[in-house]
Ligand binder design. Structure first.
Ligand code: NAD
Length: 307
């Protein structure tokens, strides 16, 4: 296998002042990238500021790497622009973006407060878009780019008390898939990592165990951020040395007679087949799903009719 190298490349890692982001920044720098270490340095709920990014830059430099700190928030369009502008100003280009910044404000759905809901969406989902759009424009000009979006099993599978976080993290996957589809013609690849590691975000639910250190996730991020990466449009779970694809599949399902509208009773009767995942396909875009869905839908779609 060819060495995974980021030599001569410029990487932006948001929320890299601690936890997983710090581990990503250190690994990308170790493999040769000049790294923009972004972090507002706030508390877990996103309030306050410290110089967390500067401390990680010192670590990178002490290990012989190149890095600069940036304290702009990802949670506004201006902040996202400023993060990417700082990378371009310091290093002249942007080759890889790791959308890692995150906060938590967990509450059960019935008690959800809209300020918390919006704050969480602003950092995870909107923040990923605010940073990625200016980066996408730079990458499009370069004809080269790598996006690593960060989701969570709370987004893919759901998690009690995490309506804000889970919905934002599911949205991140939708964003990443569109960036993958639109980026392909420009040499831009886009993938998602669902990490699992013990950080301040998870210390109340994960035991202190070296196997759960953020360093176990960083190799996947380094590969996805590198020129050697061949993947795009993928979602990969990573933690404790386990790496596995997470996918949305389309089951073979039940094909009813499309020339008449079936009854609700018929749908209920066939629920076993509708839900059976034993035979499934994994569409790589919405049009591909339409083609697979049923010949009748594909025919109508090809004829330009709404479906
Ligand atoms: N730890 C896990 O097991 C786990 C699981 C699933 C997903 N994640 C995701 O991984 C990412 C990293 O989380 P972590 O566990 O290292 O937690 P963490 O709290 O240590 O890291 C998040 C970082 O983002 C920074 N940040 C917050 N708001 C910001 C903003 N507006 N602009 C810039 N930086 C901001 C924080 O200051 C912090 O340093 C998050 O997106 C999180 O949702 C973590």
């Amino acid at each position: 296998m060819e060495d995974i190298s980021l030599s001569g490349r410029v990487a932006v890692v948001t929320g890299a002042g601690g936890g997983l982001g710090r581990a990503y920044a250190l690994e990308l720098a170790r493999r040769g990238a000049a790294v923009l270490v972004n972090d507002t340095g706030g508390t877990l709920d996103g309030t306050g500021h410290t110089s967390a990014a500067e401390a990680v830059v010192e670590e990178v430099v002490a290990r012989g790497g190149r890095a600069v700190a940036n304290g702009d928030t990802v949670s506004t369009p201006e902040g996202g622009e400023a993060v990417i502008a700082a990378a371009v100003d310091h290093f002249g280009r942007v080759d890889a973006v790791v959308n890692n910044a995150g906060i938590l404000r967990d509450k059960s759905f019935g008690k959800l407060d809209w300020d918390d809901f919006h704050a969480v969406q602003d950092v995870h989902l909107r923040g990923a878009a605010y940073v990625s759009q200016p980066a996408f424009r730079v990458m499009r000009e370069q004809g080269y780019g790598r996006f690593v979006f960060v989701s969570s099993n709370a987004g893919t599978f759901g998690s009690f008390g995490q309506a804000s976080y889970g919905s934002a993290k599911a949205g991140v996957i939708g964003l990443a898939q569109v960036v993958a589809i639109e980026g392909e013609r420009h040499g831009i690849l886009s993938n998602v990592v669902c990490p699992l590691a013990r950080t301040r975000m998870t210390e109340s639910v994960l035991e202190a165990d070296e196997a759960l250190s953020p360093e176990h996730v960083a190799p996947l991020v380094a590969y996805l951020a590198s020129e050697q990466c061949r993947e795009t449009h993928q979602v990969i779970s990573a933690g404790a040395g386990h790496f596995a694809r997470v996918f949305t599949g389309l089951a073979a399902g039940w094909q009813a007679d499309p020339t008449r509208v079936v009854t609700a009773e018929e749908v209920a009767e066939h629920m076993g087949r509708i839900l059976d995942p034993a035979i499934h396909t994994i569409p790589l875009s919405a049009p591909e799903e339409l083609e697979m869905l049923a010949p009748v839908v594909a025919a109508r779609s090809a004829a330009g009719q709404a479906v």
